[in-house]
Design a protein around this ligand. Sequence first.
Ligand SMILES: [Zn+2]
Length: 161
Amino acid sequence: MRKITLSNGQTVEVECLSCAVTSGLIEPDGGTVVETDYFHAHQDVAYPIPGLMILASKRHIKCFDELYEEEKADYIHILTKIRKAQRDVLGIENVYYFYNEDTTHHFHTWMVPRYEWMYEFGRSVESVRPVLLHARNEMNHEENLHKVMKAIDDLRNELRL
Ligand SMILES: [Zn+2]
C-alpha cells in the first residue's frame, strides 16, 4: 500500500495510484480531461507544463503486450485525438511520448509538449528529465499554474464527445 496525500490535505492509502485515479477514487488536480471505456487522461500538475497529458489504462497492467485488441484500438484512437486537440487548441507542434513498463503505478503514457524554452536543455530524450525538473521546481507559480489549468479546460472542452 502507498500513502498518498491529496491536494486537500487528506491522506488515502492505495495499492496503485493509477488505479485510484482511473477509477475515480482520487480526483486529479484539474480533473479528468477525457476518458473512454479503457483509458483515462489527466494532467500531472506536479509538472506544470501546459498541455502535458498522462494517458493511463483503466486496467491494472504494466506492459504493452498485455493490452487486449479492443484496448489497443481504443489507445491509438484516444492518443491521436488528444494529440490533435493539443495542436488545434494549444498550438503545440511537437510532443514527446514516453512510457516505462517498470512503473510503480500502471500503464500510462506521458505526452510532453515541446515548447521553445525546452531547447536550452537540449534536444531529444536526454532533455526530458531536466525539462520536467525545471517545470516542477521553477514553474510552480500562480501565473503559470493558471495557464496549465486553462489548457486543461481547453483540452477538455475540445475532447468532449
Ligand atoms: Zn493500477
